[in-house]
Design a binder for this molecule. Structure first.
Ligand code: NDP
Length: 281
């Protein structure tokens, strides 16, 4: 249905924001659910974010997804913070009730649901996480919650990996970046949580022959969908999980938080977004 003046409202705030796939995904779910609702992109400068969040919380807006560079501001501005957002140190979901701002992090559950949707049991063995930024923090938190028996970390700046371990995985083994292939020995899951592999940038190279044959490679990067990291792993016969799963996985609980219902199952979110990323030539 076309939105009326009584439409429910939510959105996504970031800078830049034009690349975001969330408005298209949310619009498809809103339409399929027959909701009187709008989900808008907001390009907000860093210096305006706090004022914007506080002002929006006093309107009829149900909440916001938050992306770079505002995930820390979103956490700082909140009146209430979920344990996940607190532990990760960033929020990608703000919900507004009676002027109160609640912050949550659904990147972590989004990552786990992407694995489970592909039949991957995260706790079946050691996991190697590459990276130590915001995505890595959410993923390491998620793996800890899922009971992964051993977490290994490798990051270009070792000190950032050490900080992450201190906060979220005190027993993690840290491999120097140039020695990251050592983390493949006996591993079950390898996650690229760096920005390597993004369109136009360098790929993340691994010596996949060193990994057990049932290792799963998962990427947080989804543009392109088939990163060099995933392509090389697949060429060695390993299973792969692309970055769209995490994106869709974080959007589902966000939709529920905004609109009070689950996204309609009949929408194939992965196919919808894949078609946007890889339009038929
Ligand atoms: P951050 O900027 O917080 O972290 C970037 C990470 O990449 C750091 O660990 C950094 O290492 C590493 N890195 C950057 N450049 C290089 C390089 N040239 N060589 C080696 N390592 C490098 O970004 P995020 O954690 O927020 O995002 C990381 C990726 O995850 C992005 O591609 C993002 O699009 C994706 N993402 C996907 C989501 C999804 O839903 N699928 C959700 C959130 C993020 P160092 O510490 O040394 O700087």
């Amino acid at each position: 249905m076309k939105p009326t003046g009584a439409a429910q409202m939510a959105g996504v705030a970031g800078d830049p924001i034009a690349h975001s796939l969330s408005p298209s995904l949310m619009a498809a779910w809103i339409e399929a659910a027959g909701l009187d609702a709008i989900y808008s992109p907001f390009r907000i400068a860093r210096s305006d974010a706090e004022t914007f969040f506080r002002a929006l919380a006093r309107t009829q807006c149900a909440g916001l997804n938050v992306t770079l560079p505002h995930k820390q501001t979103a956490l700082a501005v909140a009146d209430q913070v979920s344990p996940a957002a607190r532990a990760i140190g960033a929020a990608n979901l703000l919900t507004f009730r009676d002027g109160i701002i609640h912050a949550d992090n659904t990147d972590a559950t989004g990552f786990l649901s992407a694995l489970l949707a592909r039949g991957v049991e995260p706790a079946r063995g050691p996991a190697l996480v590459l990276g130590a930024g915001g995505a890595a923090r959410a993923i390491v938190y998620a793996l800890g919650q899922a009971g992964v028996p051993e977490i290994r970390l490798s990051n270009r700046s070792r000190s950032n990996a050490a900080d992450l371990a201190l906060d979220l995985a005190p027993n993690a083994r840290i491999h120097d970046w140039d020695d990251r292939d050592q983390g493949l020995d006996g591993v079950a899951l390898v996650v690229n949580a760096t920005s390597l592999g993004l369109s136009g940038g360098s790929d993340l190279a691994m010596d996949w022959h060193r990994a057990p044959a049932d290792t799963i490679a998962a990427d947080s990067v989804y543009k392109p969908l088939q990163t060099g990291f995933l392509r090389d792993a697949a060429a060695c016969g390993l299973g792969t999980v692309d970055g769209l799963g995490m994106l869709i996985g974080q959007a589902r609980p966000s939709f529920e938080a905004f609109f009070g219902i689950s996204p309609p199952e009949r929408i194939d979110a992965h196919a919808l977004l894949r078609a946007m990323l890889e339009p038929a030539s």
